[in-house]
Design a protein around this ligand. Structure first.
Ligand SMILES: *[C@@H]1O[C@H](CO)[C@@H](O)[C@H](O)[C@H]1NC(C)=O
Ligand SMILES: *[C@@H]1O[C@H](CO)[C@@H](O)[C@H](O)[C@H]1NC(C)=O
Ligand SMILES: *[C@@H]1O[C@H](CO)[C@@H](O)[C@H](O)[C@H]1NC(C)=O
Ligand SMILES: *[C@@H]1O[C@H](CO)[C@@H](O)[C@H](O)[C@H]1NC(C)=O
Ligand SMILES: *[C@@H]1O[C@H](CO)[C@@H](O)[C@H](O)[C@H]1NC(C)=O
Ligand SMILES: [Zn+2]
Length: 522
């Protein structure tokens, strides 16, 4: 049976079940109560978690919400992702120092260091241009990240991603290179003047020996090019360097590259964990072999259990990194499935931590040119073609319109989708302009936050402000001695805020005064 017909039939059958007037009244009242109950949390953040859905623009969040709801047998539009329950929300202006529409390196640096820099660069100030040239790299142009500052305060730190651990977003937390592609020494071989600048994998292992948890893909940049898939030309096996360092310091550690070994790790007895599950990126969630690779949620679970043993707390950077890759290939369903798994990871974070002492910020580095269009009926398959189109609103070529689309990208031109399974895992929504890869989008992305000082995310912010909130909440870096701890204590005890008892007294005095006035007693 025709797939699209089937979906519209199902929708027609369930049309009668739309929400009643009373539902919206109850729903609105519940939201009012929730908003009233939301009080700012002035605690000192013990733990700080930054979760980046790479490329997870607002249209992706909306489509993923509908997609996840529909997978659960609901209409989808009214479904809520885990992070959509966070009490604080803001917008992030994602542009790079030198680009209107940004890339992932510059944006990630903004978020973890609090400073906007040039597209494509990692951990270096805006004086350093994006180029395969080291002449502008200088010690005093290196930026410190919230990961560095957390380590300085004795916190545990970790990085979890579905991309290569040397890819732009994770590398922003620890590396300093003028070109994000320098993941192994082979990627920067033969460039004169770069002898002092090391590749990203080298910097991760040799310059950052204290990172507790590193989980993701990207083994290729760590191993010699004589071993299959390896890229390194310096003869090093950085996995061995990592193990040797820990062994010689008497630390409790484990290196894993299979799901079976990963499952064996007891987070109570391991303080350091390096997991490199693929030579390159980890596989898309839709194609993941669960007996070979852990999911993002499983990695997050293990990471938090390892990190939370530290009484001084932890910083964790989590990236759902392949939402972006799927979009670049116009693979809408894969992008949504990656977003759903990212949301599962957010739920795991909320289960394993408390909003009392843990600031969790969920955001995207940038958007994509991804759209949700037409006027499909309520509950219509988000991966489908727009149903119920009046004849005079049909596309001029008379071929069906897809709900999801891109304004550019590699997918072939529009065709007649009537007999096409648009719900296939590898179906590509077409881009209007043919490009080798679909591009990022330049509009703002959302920031969702809960926990100590999350209310500081409250409007339209520069993306770099996220780094400031992360540091300020936990008194790190820039804010080590300037994080308003006294003021926070006062706000908590209600002396200088509008605490309920104080404001009630003011209201009562006001009412009495008015009564006195009305009675013309004065
Ligand atoms: C690097 O840049 C400097 C200054 O812009 C230039 O003099 C030098 O030739 C460049 N090096 C390479 C290898 O291109
Ligand atoms: C690394 O690979 C090269 C060949 O590409 C080989 O000659 C060399 O012995 C290897 N080094 C180590 C330490 O395995
Ligand atoms: C491997 O590395 C060696 C240097 O150690 C280099 O000469 C050789 O070209 C590399 N091989 C490949 C396949 O990249
Ligand atoms: C999944 O991985 C396991 C372990 O490597 C392998 O035995 C199995 O064949 C794989 N399954 C699929 C469907 O590829
Ligand atoms: C699209 O395909 C359907 C079914 O194959 C067909 O009925 C319809 O006429 C086609 N539309 C166009 C514009 O070719
Ligand atoms: Zn990105």
């Amino acid at each position: 049976m025709n797939l699209h017909l089937l979906t519209s039939l199902l929708v027609t059958l369930t049309n009668a079940a739309f929400e009643t007037q009373q539902h919206w009244i109850d729903n609105g009242r519940a939201d009012i109560r929730r908003a009233w109950a939301s009080v700012p949390n002035y605690n000192l953040a013990q733990n700080v978690i930054l979760m980046v859905g790479d490329g997870m623009g607002v249209s992706t969040v909306t489509a993923a919400r509908i997609y996840k709801g529909q997978k659960l047998g609901k209409y989808g539009e009214d479904y809520k992702l885990a992070f959509e329950d966070f009490p604080h929300l803001a917008l992030s202006k994602t542009y790079n120092l030198d680009r209107q529409v940004p890339d992932s390196a510059g944006t990630a640096v903004a978020m973890v260091t609090g400073v906007k820099v040039n597209m494509g660069t990692l951990g270096l100030t805006g004086e350093v241009p994006y180029q395969k040239n080291c002449s502008q790299v200088r010690e005093d142009r290196k930026l410190k990240s919230v990961l560095d500052y957390a380590l300085e305060e004795g916190k545990s730190v970790g990085i979890v991603t579905t991309t290569r651990v040397t890819h732009a977003t994770p590398a922003a937390a620890y590396a300093h290179v003028p070109h994000r592609d320098w993941e192994s020494d082979a990627d920067m071989a033969g460039i004169p003047g770069c002898e002092q600048v090391k590749d990203i994998a080298y910097q991760l292992i040799m310059d950052n020996p204290n990172i507790n948890v590193i989980l993701g893909g990207g083994r290729q940049a760590f191993i010699n090019n004589s071993s299959s898939g390896g890229k390194r030309q310096d003869g090093r096996d950085l996995r061995e360097n990592w193990k040797r360092h820990r062994a010689s310091s008497g630390l409790r550690y484990a290196y894993v590259e299979t799901k079976a070994d990963f499952d064996q790790i007891n987070p109570d007895t391991a303080d350091y964990l390096l997991g490199l599950f693929e030579l390159s990126h980890m596989t898309y969630e839709l194609e993941r072999n669960a007996s070979k690779e852990p999911s993002l949620t499983e990695m997050v679970d293990k990471a938090i259990r390892i990190l939370k043993k530290n009484p001084k707390g932890f910083f964790l950077l989590i990236e759902g990194g392949r939402i972006d890759h799927a979009h670049h290939d116009n693979l809408g369903k894969k992008a949504l499935e990656e977003t759903v798994e990212f949301d599962n990871a957010v739920r795991k974070v909320t289960e394993l931590t408390s909003a009392d002492d843990t600031l969790t910020v969920v955001t995207a580095d940038h958007s994509h040119v991804f759209t949700i269009a037409g006027y499909p009926r309520r509950g219509h398959n988000i991966l489908g073609i727009v149903d119920d189109m009046p004849e005079n609103e049909m596309p001029v070529d008379k071929m069906p319109l897809l709900t999801l689309g891109y304004t550019n990208g590699p997918a072939s031109k529009r065709v007649n989708y009537t007999e096409v399974d648009t719900t296939d895992n590898n179906f590509k929504q077409p881009g209007c302009v043919q490009m080798p890869w679909e591009t990022h989008g330049g509009e703002d992305v959302a920031i969702y936050a809960q926990g100590p000082m999350a209310h500081l995310l409250h409007g339209v912010h520069e993306q770099s402000y996220i780094g400031h909130v992360l540091m300020h909440s936990a008194c790190l870096g820039e804010y080590k001695n300037d994080c308003d701890l006294d003021k926070r204590e006062k706000m908590k005890s209600g002396f200088c805020g509008t605490s309920r008892p104080v404001s009630s007294i003011i209201v009562i005095l006001g009412v009495l005064f008015k009564v006195v006035l009305d009675m013309e007693l004065l």
